[in-house]
Write a protein that binds this ligand. Structure first.
Ligand code: P5A
Length: 442
């Protein structure tokens, strides 16, 4: 993609309305446009990152055995009356009347709807365990939408729902999602710590929030310092084996959100190992047993032929919130520093002298070469001065910058800069592609 053709409306001024760095950088880098309080359009750069995050989330859900579906954003109120949440959910629910005066709502979550799908089609334990998920927009009429996409009213969530015959197998399903979440957040370049959490309007009594530490986080959290260094489960985790040892290993160290905080247990940790910090909730998992299946009649017959309500859990990841959360974790004075795994482009080529035949030819060769090697490339072919090009690329945070000017074009060399470290290297043109594709990611 050529920057001269790309729709990346970079702002020169720092927007006044943005209180935290991720919101400022998303606006400055032209990733989003606010349309109403807590409601955003996603422009190309933001959209690409949102999709890249969604794809990693999807890969890890599939690996853990969950199956993707797509439920609608608009739901009928009847289902919510069956579960008893229509009145309980309160003013956060956006209620809509259709032309036939039927009460509808914009879904804040999908426990009821997925339970309805399940009860319609599944009657026997033979279909279990089952986990269905989708990645879909939600609406919650938050009192104080703020911090850009971090606390929006409309936001993109991955929500998975597990169905099991009994509590024991439902706990295995919970563990599968627990481990899948550790892997997902690590792939996004984040250290997310599972913490004992309150269940709020979703319900149940077993729940973990996955929290990344950040001074701008909205939650107050407490944990053991060793959790910050813990290696995540390996890529070849067998999700159908017993994951209890992995989960126990993570949950044996103290970690809790404010609502679940146990001062005595925390103070039993050696002082230098105590972390009291602020955090961003990027995921939240729940086991709530038969809270929805019992009132809604989602039952399966077990081995003995007797029908019982299924045991359920639900598992959320804030996909759009993660775009902001990653920026909170990965930025410097100059701008965003995308992890390679979700960067909107993997390589930026800065043409310092468009119109100079040798420079243009080298840029073209490099662009084709990187694309042939499977990299996505953004070429700055504009006629801004070099300083503005450097600043612009640092702002939008593409992990590798390849700088091509007339001097290099004459002697066959390019300069490569790693955005995260600022490290620069001058290489012969012929070595540039291998240098980046072979992951000199320091
Ligand atoms: C779990 C999946 C649920 O809704 N039902 C289905 C359960 N959980 S949750 O904790 O309420 O939300 C899951 C994740 O969604 C993100 N999130 C938000 N992101 C942006 N703006 C919001 N207003 C917002 N509210 C929730 C969080 O990452 C949360 O962990």
């Amino acid at each position: 993609m050529r920057l001269s053709r790309a729709f990346i409306p970079i702002l020169k001024e720092t927007p006044k309305e943005a209180e935290i760095v991720s919101h400022r950088l998303m606006l400055r880098a032209g990733m989003i446009r606010q349309q109403a309080a807590g409601i955003y359009s996603w422009l190309p750069l933001g959209m690409t990152v949102l999709e890249n995050i969604g794809n990693i989330v999807r890969e890890e859900q599939n690996r853990a055995g969950a199956q993707e579906i797509l439920m609608p954003t608009i739901q009928p109120s009847d289902l919510w009356r069956e579960s008893g949440r229509y009145d309980a959910y309160g003013p956060e629910m956006l209620r809509i009347m259709d032309r036939h005066e039927r009460e509808m709502l914009y879904g804040p979550t999908n426990e009821e709807m997925v339970t309805d799908i399940f009860r319609t089609h599944v009657r026997s334990y033979r279909a279990l365990p089952m986990n269905l998920y989708h990645i879909q927009w939600k609406f919650r009429d938050e009192v104080r939408p703020r911090f850009g996409v971090m606390r929006g009213r409309e936001f993109l969530m991955k929500d998975a729902y597990s169905f099991d015959l009994d509590e024991e197998s439902a706990r295995h399903a919970y563990q599968r999602m627990f481990v899948a979440y550790l892997r997902t957040f690590a792939r996004l370049g984040l250290t997310a710590i599972p913490m004992r959490a309150d269940t709020g309007p979703i319900g149940g009594n077993l729940s973990h929030e996955f929290i990344i530490l950040a001074s701008t986080g909205e939650s107050e959290v407490f944990c053991h310092r060793d959790l910050l260094e813990k290696p995540v489960p390996s890529p070849d985790t067998d999700f159908w084996s017993d994951l209890t040892p992995i989960v126990d290993d993570w949950t044996s160290l103290y970690a809790a959100t404010d609502e679940m905080h146990d001062v005595a247990a925390f103070e039993a940790i050696p002082e230098e190992k105590r972390v009291a910090a602020r955090g961003i909730e990027v995921g939240h998992i729940f086991y709530f047993g038969t809270k929805y299946s019992a009132p809604m009649g989602a039952k399966v017959a077990g081995l003995d032929g007797v029908e019982r309500p299924v045991h359920m859990g639900s598992y959320g990841i804030g996909v759009s919130r993660l775009v902001g959360a990653v920026i909170e974790a990965c930025h410097d004075e100059a701008g965003i520093i995308w992890p390679d795994s979700i960067a909107p482009y993997q390589v930026a080529i800065l043409n310092l002298k468009p119109g100079d035949a040798a420079t243009d030819a080298m840029v073209d060769r490099l662009e084709k070469g990187f694309e042939a090697a499977g990299k996505t490339v953004l070429v700055d072919d504009t006629d801004q001065r070099p300083g503005a090009k450097f600043a612009g690329m640092d702002l939008i945070g593409i992990p590798w910058q390849v700088i091509v000017g007339p001097r290099g074009a004459a002697d066959g060399s390019v300069e490569i800069k790693r955005r995260a470290t600022g490290a620069r290297e001058t290489l012969p043109e012929s070595g540039a592609i291998a240098y980046i594709t072979e992951g000199n990611a320091a």
